[in-house]
Write a protein that binds this ligand. Structure first.
Ligand SMILES: Cc1cc2nc3c(=O)[nH]c(=O)nc-3n(C[C@H](O)[C@H](O)[C@H](O)COP(=O)(O)O)c2cc1C
Length: 307
C-alpha cells in the first residue's frame, strides 16, 4: 500500500492507508477479487460475515434487481469460523491492507465464541459486529433493533476480545441514534452504517416473490439518501467514528457520506457492477482535494454546510 498522508485515517484505533473500504459480503474473503484488482490499494477489506457453524444460506433465487437497487437474501452463506480460519484467513493474512472480519450470530454466546476463536489470530485489525442477523432463539427479530440487546452484546464482546469493535447497524429501525448510542455505551470503537433495507418484490406474471426467501435486503443507489441521512444524524449525536455505506457508486456519492460525517466509506453493490469502483473513488477523492485546495480529506469529515 502506497502511503499518502492526505488520505490516511485512524478509526477506533485502526490505521487505514485511505478511507475506501469494501463492504461485508460484497467482496467474499478477498481471494475471488485478487485476479481483478490490486487489493493492497484498498483502505481495508471487510469480510463476508462469518458464523460459528457453516451456513448454506437461503433458497434461490437469492438476488433480484429492482429499479436503482438490488434485493438479496443470501442468508449469510459462509463456511463457518473453523473453515474460515483454515482456508480463507491465510490469504487475508498475507495482504498489506487492513483486515476487518465480520462476525454474526443468533445470540450473544455465538458472538462471544467467535470473538474468542478469532482472538489469537495475527493479522486481524478489527471485528465488524453484524447485528442484523435474525435472533432465531429469541423469536426471529433482528438483534440490532433492540437498544438493550445491542448494549449488552457489545459490552460482553468488549470483555472477551482485544480487537477494536466496529458495530454495523441495521437501518430497519425508527431511531438509528438510539441504537448507535447503545453501541457506544457498550464500548463500540466505531460504527458501520448502513446494512440493507428490508424489502420484497413480486413477479406479477407468476405471482411469486422474486426471492426464494420472499423478503430480502435492498442495497444500491436506491438506499443512498437513507444512508446519508442516518450517517448525518449519528455523526451529530453520537460522536463515534463512522464507516458510511449504502449505494456508493461514484466519488460524488462517497463525498456525500464524508460531508455528512463518515470518516471512511465502504463500497458494496458497486463491486458487482465494476470491481474498479473503490480505486476510481479513491482517485476521485484525491482529485477533489486538489481541485478544492484541501490538504487532506480528514478536513472534510462532517463539514456539510447547513446554513
Ligand atoms: C449480496 C450482498 C451480500 C451482503 N452480505 C453481507 C454480509 O455478509 N454481512 C454484512 O454485514 N453485510 C452484508 N451486505 C450488506 C453490505 O455490506 C452493505 O451494508 C449494503 O449492501 C449497503 O451498501 P451498498 O448499497 O453499497 O451495497 C451484503 C450486501 C449484498 C448486496
Amino acid at each position: 500500500m502506497k502511503e499518502d498522508e492526505s488520505l490516511r485515517i485512524e478509526i477506533g484505533g485502526i490505521n487505514f492507508g485511505n478511507p475506501v473500504l469494501v463492504a461485508g459480503g460484497t467482496f467474499g474473503f478477498g481471494e475471488e477479487y485478487s485476479q481483478l484488482i490490486d487489493i493492497n490499494e484498498l483502505g481495508g477489506i471487510v469480510t463476508k460475515t462469518v458464523t460459528m457453524e457453516p451456513r448454506e444460506g437461503n433458497l434461490p433465487p437469492r438476488l433480484a434487481e429492482t429499479p436503482c437497487g438490488l434485493l438479496n437474501a443470501i442468508g449469510l452463506e459462509n463456511p463457518g469460523v473453523e473453515v474460515f480460519i483454515k482456508t480463507k484467513f491465510p490469504f487475508l493474512q498475507k495482504l498489506n491492507t487492513r483486515i476487518i472480519v465480520s462476525i454474526g450470530g443468533e445470540d450473544e454466546e455465538d458472538y462471544f465464541h467467535l470473538g474468542q476463536r478469532l482472538s489469537h489470530l495475527e493479522g486481524i485489525d478489527g471485528l465488524e459486529v453484524n447485528i442484523s442477523c435474525p435472533n432465531v432463539l429469541k423469536g426471529g427479530f433482528i438483534l440490532g433493533t433492540k437498544p438493550k440487546l445491542v448494549f449488552s452484546l457489545v459490552k460482553g464482546l468488549k470483555n472477551v476480545v482485544d480487537f477494536p469493535l466496529i458495530v454495523k447497524l441495521t437501518p430497519n429501525v425508527t431511531d438509528i441514534v438510539e441504537i448507535a448510542q447503545a453501541a457506544k455505551e457498550g464500548g463500540a470503537d466505531a460504527l458501520s452504517l448502513i446494512n440493507t433495507l428490508w424489502g420484497m418484490a413480486i413477479d406479477v406474471e407468476t405471482r411469486k416473490p422474486k426471492l426464494g426467501n420472499i423478503t430480502g435486503g435492498l442495497s444500491g443507489p436506491a438506499i443512498k439518501p437513507v444512508a446519508v441521512r442516518m450517517v448525518w444524524q449519528v455523526f451529530q449525536k453520537v460522536g463515534l467514528p463512522i464507516i458510511g455505506m449504502g449505494g456508493i457508486m461514484s466519488t460524488e456519492d462517497a463525498l456525500e457520506f464524508i460531508l455528512a460525517g463518515a470518516s471512511a466509506i465502504a463500497i458494496g453493490t458497486a463491486n458487482f457492477v465494476d470491481p474498479q469502483t473503490p480505486f476510481k473513488v479513491k482517485e476521485g477523492i484525491r482529485e477533489y482535494l486538489n481541485k478544492k485546495g484541501i490538504g487532506n480529506f480528514r478536513e472534510l469529515i462532517g463539514t456539510i454546510n447547513i446554513n
